[in-house]
Design a protein around this ligand. Sequence first.
Ligand SMILES: [Zn+2]
Length: 226
Amino acid sequence: MNVSGIDIAIQKSERKTVSIFIERDGSVSARVPAKLNDDEIKDILEAKEYQIFKNLAEWTQLNENAVEREYVNGQSFLYLGRNYRLKIVKESSGIVRFFRNTFYLGEKDQPKAKELFIQFYKEKLNSKIHPIIERYKDQLGVAPQQIKVMELQNRWASCTPSGNVNFHWKCAMAPIDVLHYMVVHELAHLIHNNHTQAFWNEVDKILPNYDEQINWLKINGSGMDL
Ligand SMILES: [Zn+2]
């Protein structure tokens, strides 16, 4: 069905309300109550035109930041919220090195560049995250147990009821303020294992501007990748 110039795939089902979804590929679909006829559906979708355009704009912005990086001279990589260029050098040291705002990688190390970058981010995040946890754990009155930097599925960080906290190595790509937010978010989960208002109040007490960090992640999150 075409609504305001947008093709919308209609899926009828036994439901009471209309929901609009932007699919992974950017196409739009609407789930609608089976009892509605085409005119009724069109009326409802037209009334939601603003919401559809807003969701599409968000989808476009998120996907523009998703990049496939190659490990060649001049390619840029995120580190603590900024982009730095890669320089390929003759001597191979078996690691990714970072100094004077430039990444360095040896010619011979290029085939395993991705692995070496992951190693770099893991090490850096490990050294950054512990002092941040130390800073906030007493303020929140929590006692985190094991802290691990690892590869996580579809999330930046996670915690267990027993107090273990895991961070994705990609967090090293975020600005330090965002890192602080991620730590406070996970530590606050050791008090409230949910996203209720009580949980957010706990975050807000420590970081009153936390919505700025959430916003940064919304806009740049998809670019935090290799
Ligand atoms: Zn959470």
